[in-house]
Design a protein around this ligand. Structure first.
Ligand SMILES: NC(=O)c1ccc[n+]([C@@H]2O[C@H](COP(=O)([O-])OP(=O)(O)OC[C@H]3O[C@@H](n4cnc5c(N)ncnc54)[C@H](OP(=O)(O)O)[C@@H]3O)[C@@H](O)[C@H]2O)c1
Length: 245
């Protein structure tokens, strides 16, 4: 009999995350989907036993460690992890257009959500992911986190938090290759996708370049299913093409 399998979606209430939860639930290779969020499960996930296991938490390190303890029964079974945390705008938070818009408070808020929380998950999860089964981790990054691709400027906090996330993931990949050899890490750019995060910026996006979350979820899950366990971080877009660092 084959080993049981599970998938973990972190930051599960977002537009992309919900589509990823649904895509993973439809995957016959995955027995159980676990979703972790600050919010309670949306109605379409909470009804009936067929929904994901939904865990509510805040994102302090002790609270996240408690979630990881709760996940102990799934040790060695997790074959997919998708880290979805990301903020671009919010209350008193808007992407900077010029130097005068930069504020220490906004930088700290954005770095906490986009860089610190994803990295803490990978710190806390490593023992749970160690297994004989191959496990693919994707963190939702963004093309604007590419230093080489930055020709427009602006969006200081968001860009630099994603560049920092990429560096963290690269560094984690090197240590995971020594200590958790069954894991492959991908830094993933979904493309501009129709969610609350991109809503205020969609007017200038041609309709064929604005993806549905379902389309992106299908692409990401396909890329994760095919990924080779090579001990390297890959920085890939929705079309499975490499992005320059
Ligand atoms: N949509 C796009 O066009 C686009 C393009 C490039 C990259 N991305 C990236 O894709 C990811 C998902 O974005 P989305 O479009 O699905 O946006 P979304 O619908 O706004 O979802 C936001 C996500 O961030 C988490 N989050 C929000 N505030 C947080 C905070 N203060 N601390 C920690 N986590 C927080 C939420 O988790 P909870 O469930 O806990 O609320 C949720 O997973 C993000 O990393 C984003 O940067 C999106």
């Amino acid at each position: 009999m084959s080993e049981p399998t599970a998938a973990l979606v972190l930051g599960a209430s977002g537009g992309l995350a919900q589509a990823i939860v649904s895509e993973l639930m439809a995957d016959a290779a995955i027995d159980r989907v676990i979703a972790v969020s600050r919010h309670s499960a949306p109605a379409h996930f909470s009804s009936g036993a067929a929904g994901p296991l939904w865990i509510e938490t805040e994102y302090s390190e002790p609270a996240m460690a408690t979630v990881v303890e709760q996940l102990q029964p799934f040790a060695g079974q997790i074959i997919r992890v998708v880290i979805c945390h990301g903020i671009l705008h919010g209350d008193n938070l808007w992407p900077e257009k010029r130097l005068e818009d930069i504020s220490a408070e906004s930088l700290q808020t954005v770095f906490q959500a986009n860089t610190v929380v994803p990295v803490l998950w990978l710190k806390l999860l490593h023992r749970l992911l160690k297994s004989k089964q191959r496990c693919v981790v994707a963190a939702l990054s963004a093309r604007v986190g590419s230093i080489g691709d930055n020709h427009l400027g602006g969006w200081y906090a968001y860009r630099s938090s994603k560049a920092a996330l990429n560096m963290m993931l690269r560094t984690l990949s090197i240590e995971y290759a020594r200590r958790v050899k069954n894991v492959k890490i991908i830094s993933f750019h979904p493309g501009t996708t129709d969610t609350a995060l991109s809503k205020p910026f969609q007017a200038s996006v041609p309709s064929d370049k604005l993806f549905t979350p379902e389309f992106v979820a299908e692409r990401l899950c396909g890329i994760m299913a095919a990924a080779e366990i090579d001990g390297q971080l890959s920085y890939l877009d929705w079309d499975n093409k490499s992005i320059p660092w």
